[in-house]
Design a protein around this ligand. Structure first.
Ligand code: AHR
Length: 504
């Protein structure tokens, strides 16, 4: 199969916001406890944070990490996680039917962010609680000393304001499963009043309002319209979530699902434009896609805890999807979609980061390792920064349940003007055929390949487990040739590729 891609230096989509490569950590299962935090672990620092996990996180250069939920946040009291540890209460977590010792709270999380080179994106409980605790939380985190909340923070060991800029106004408030679920009107009004109060404290905060939990929600996309009509002038981003699954064991359909993601983003972008026009506004609201990933492998195993048949365990194994090679291809396609929609998606968070539907896994007292999906996320985060190129792609396609004529080769391109590089991320979704790639580079001057990483595997179901930590890993590619301004080479069937070119 022949695939032709044309990239022109001046034919671009957008400058990519680095926050596209953010992540999410929830008080859920072992994400925090025995994930990032495990006092007594051989690599733990003086704060009890695992050094092996911190290293894997640091390597990803994650701009922001969203915290502390997720569904968890909708019944969370942030005050439970401050002050001396021995005085912190153990609470029942209604979202996941577990308990939480609160040994990790906002101080420990922000300290950890600093240690791993990321920044916090904090979520506020607008489920079981309201405006007043929202403003108290923000004042506690960011307020000056000499005021009640600032002084309390100081007495808990941090005199300087944390200066957290990015705040989520609740989580998935459209979902009937959410503690404190609301109608779009109820939520829109509350979010707007909360945003007004937070802006009265600090105009420069960046605020994220809840959009739909997924595009199959019965209230989508009317939810976005109503919520934005309440909040358009007071918020900056609308939050979207989407999880991917191959329950029917149909790889072709599974790997076409980023079409659904693309349509979802396009529909919400149009809804934003509609409300903007209706309000005669000049403000641009953008999308924070603050939960995305593959999530289905662990569903059956989780039932006992989620149905309440295990009591209220602390940090049980929950949502511990073991990702396979097929999921590498899926995550590659998802990230390509975000790059191609980077004009409107300014923030995206892989959900989640450690143990819970995560690229990083740990064993209590044991090692931490990279799941298969760590790699496409790593390559996008490290090399996917710059300007998204508006590629012209000519690829044969196939008909899937979600769409017809889905291109066999999914591709995104990024031009880093400072570093004079062009990076191509390509997934060949064909089960049996090589893609004979011809990439025409226009307006970039000379080009030479400086890195080529390939992920293939004979078994789509291969995973990196505790005993097979390196079964699915990238390998140096070969066989790419540059002749003048054209790069040619073969992309093997079912493969993920990262190709970097020095240009100019
Ligand atoms: O990431 C797991 C859960 O998925 C989050 O808690 C929730 O926001 C979403 O439904």
């Amino acid at each position: 199969m022949r695939v032709t891609v044309t990239a022109h230096r001046d034919y671009t989509i957008s400058d990519i916001d680095d926050r596209l490569y953010s992540a999410f950590l929830e008080h859920l299962g072992r994400a925090i406890y025995t994930g990032i935090y495990e006092p007594g672990h051989p690599t733990a620092d003086k704060n009890g944070m695992r050094g092996d996990v911190a290293k894997l996180v640091r390597d990803l250069k994650i701009p922001y990490v969203r915290y502390p939920g997720g569904n968890f946040v909708s019944a969370y009291n942030w005050e439970d996680g401050i002050g001396p540890r021995e005085k912190r209460p153990t609470r029942l977590d209604l979202a996941w039917h577990t308990s939480d010792s609160n040994a990790v709270g906002v101080h420990e999380f922000i300290d950890w962010c600093e240690a791993v080179g990321t920044a916090p994106m904090l979520a506020i409980n607008l489920g079981s609680r309201g405006l007043d605790q929202a403003r108290n939380f923000v004042e506690y985190v960011n307020g000056p000393t000499g005021s009640y909340w600032g002084d309390l923070r100081k007495s808990n060991g941090h005199a300087d304001p944390f200066n957290v800029k990015l705040w989520c106004l609740g989580n998935e408030m459209d979902g009937p499963w959410q503690v404190g679920h609301k109608t779009a009107d109820e939520y829109g009004r509350l979010a707007n009043e909360t945003a007004k109060a937070l802006r009265a404290f600090d105009k420069s905060l960046e605020l994220v309002v809840c959009g739909s939990s997924h595009s199959n929600m019965p209230t989508y996309p009317e939810w976005e319209r109503v919520v934005l009509e309440h909040t358009y002038e007071s918020i900056d981003h609308v939050s979207l979530h989407m999880y991917f699954a191959n329950r029917e064991n149909n790889t072709a359909n599974y790997l076409a699902l980023n079409h659904k993601l693309d349509t979802y983003i396009g529909t919400v972008a149009s809804t934003i434009d509609f409300v903007k026009a209706k309000k005669r506004s000049k403000k641009n609201v953008t999308i924070s896609f603050d939960e995305w990933n593959v999530w289905y492998h662990s569903n059956a195993a989780d039932r006992a805890v989620l149905d309440g048949n295990s009591g209220w365990p602390h940090a049980p194994r929950l949502l511990e999807d073991a990702y396979n090679f097929e999921d590498v291809l899926q995550v590659g396609c998802i990230l390509n979609t975000f790059i191609r929609r980077s004009d409107v998606v300014r923030i995206a968070c892989i959900a989640q980061l450690v143990n819970v539907i995560a690229p990083i896994m740990t064993e209590p007292g044991g090692p931490a390792w990279k799941q298969t999906i760590y790699y496409p996320y790593y390559f996008a985060s490290i090399f996917g920064r710059g300007t998204a190129l508006n590629l012209s792609v000519d690829s044969p396609g196939y008909d899937a349940d979600i769409a017809d004529n889905v291109a066999y080769v999914d591709v995104a391109g990024v031009h880093d003007k400072q570093g004079n590089t062009v990076t191509l991320f390509a997934v060949n979704r064909h089960a049996t055929d090589d893609a004979e790639l011809a990439l025409n580079l226009q307006g970039f001057g000379t080009a030479r390949v400086i890195d080529h990483q390939v992920m293939t595997h004979k078994d789509l179901r291969a995973v990196n487990g505790l005993r097979t930590q390196n079964d699915v890993v990238p390998k140096a590619g070969s066989g790419l040739k540059v002749d003048g301004s054209t790069l040619t080479g073969k992309l093997p069937p079912y493969s993920y590729q990262m190709i970097r070119l020095q240009v100019g």
